[in-house]
Design a protein around this ligand. Structure first.
Ligand SMILES: NC(=O)c1ccc[n+]([C@@H]2O[C@H](COP(=O)([O-])OP(=O)(O)OC[C@H]3O[C@@H](n4cnc5c(N)ncnc54)[C@H](O)[C@@H]3O)[C@@H](O)[C@H]2O)c1
Ligand SMILES: CC(C)(O)[C@@H](O)C(=O)O
Ligand SMILES: [Mg+2]
Ligand SMILES: [Mg+2]
Length: 347
């Protein structure tokens, strides 16, 4: 563990320097890692683990699109790609990477394969934390661990291929074998984490659900839509409104924030922009803080979990989600975005 000062608070993190890939391979050399589910995290984690030299198999429903995707990615039916139950039976570490609602449906099928000494691995604290709603209660003689990459499985794979890594949190819920800590850290390094910070299942799920509903996905779209609408109402063209709302942020300014922080991005803009941003950010904070309080309370009370389980458990949930995504894609703002993207010189 390396102790790092995060803005005045000391925290222990695990880096690749102190827990190198060779050590991870040594810890997991006798394990069969069965990845159950091949949606977004499944492919990212499975391919990174395989390329890092671990023994990985995939469990996926046959005659599904994702089975075909797994074959296209190089997994071989009967050798490294199996029906879910067969993979679960063969695996000593079972990475449960179905959708959170799918995990509830499959739990009764999976549970009998969690025999003594195996490890059950999640990438979210959802199933365990909301066990009153999910009924996911693992047997006492298996390790229950978590590595949650802080980003999309697509980014996890892309950053791995670029020689970089996405940060992940890790947690241990149950250490039945005495090996849970080594196992979880080795897996975290193996899936391609840049560094790992420790949490628990409950904190992981409450922060994650807040983040994705908040600044990472929900709030950002809300604030984009609000500004775009005001600009349009006041006679600005779609291209002007989109450029001043989204394109400049993603292409020019956020890369600067990522590189060196907000003050550095501000410092690279005009003094006029700096004055305005420094005056206005606090108003936006005050206006949005009550919404964030409401959001956190809803997550903490299990209401967001209930909503997600209910809406993702109906047979037509995929069609309904696709319909909502289509509405977003076909809104004027994101149609303007599609036109703007095409005009980027590299396109
Ligand atoms: N998507 C991400 O990038 C991301 C990031 C961090 C953590 N996570 C977590 O990782 C886990 C996996 O998420 P995901 O987004 O990759 O999942 P997903 O929604 O893409 O689904 C994964 C797979 O589950 C299958 N599935 C769904 N219901 C099923 C059922 N009843 N029986 C059999 N198969 C079923 C789907 O066909 C798909 O192949 C979740 O716990 C999620 O919260 C996801
Ligand atoms: C990629 C995210 C948003 O970080 C993840 O939490 C998810 O649920 O997909
Ligand atoms: Mg999430
Ligand atoms: Mg997340």
């Amino acid at each position: 563990m390396a102790t790092i000062n995060f803005g005045g608070v000391l925290e222990d993190v695990v880096t690749r320097e102190e827990f190198p890939m060779e050590k991870a391979r040594e810890v997991l050399k006798d394990e069969v890692i069965a990845i159950i589910g091949y949606g977004v995290q499944g492919p990212g984690q499975a391919l990174n683990l395989k390329d890092n030299g671990f023994n990985v198999i995939i469990g996926q429903r046959k005659d599904s699109k994702t089975w075909d995707k797994a074959v296209a990615d190089g997994w071989v039916p009967g050798q490294t790609l199996f029906e879910i139950e067969e993979a679960a039976q063969k695996g000593t570490i079972i990475q449960f990477l179905l959708s959170d609602a799918g995990q509830i449906a499959l739990w009764p099928t999976l549970k009998p394969h969690l025999t003594k000494g195996k490890a059950l691995y999640f990438s979210h604290g959802f199933g365990i934390t909301y066990k009153d709603q999910t009924n996911i209660i693992p047997p006492a003689d298996v390790d229950v661990i978590l590595v949650a990459p802080k980003g999309s499985g697509t980014s996890l794979r892309r950053l791995f291929l670029a020689g970089q890594g996405l940060n992940s949190s890790f947690a241990i819920y149950q250490d039945a074998t005495g090996k849970a800590r080594d196992r979880v850290i080795a897996l975290g390094i193996g899936v391609g984490s840049g560094y790992l910070f420790e949490t628990d299942f409950k904190k992981e799920v409450t922060s994650d659900l807040t983040g994705e509903r908040g600044t990472l996905m929900g709030a950002i779209q809300g604030i984009f839509a609000a500004q775009y609408e005001v600009l349009r109402k006041n006679g600005h063209s779609p291209s002007e409104a989109f450029n001043e709302t989204v394109e400049e942020l993603t292409q020019s300014l956020m890369p600067l924030v990522a590189e060196n922080g907000m003050d550095w991005m501000y410092a690279n803009c005009s003094t006029t922009a700096q004055r305005g941003a420094l005056d206005w950010w606090k108003k936006f904070k005050e206006a949005s803080q009550p919404v964030f309080e409401e959001l956190y309370a809803s997550v903490a009370a299990g209401k967001e979990a209930a909503r997600s389980i209910a809406s993702n458990s109906t047979p037509d949930y995929r069609d309904k989600l696709n319909e909502e995504l289509r509405e977003l894609r076909e809104s004027e703002m994101w149609q303007a975005g599609a036109a703007v993207r095409k005009l980027r010189p590299n396109n």
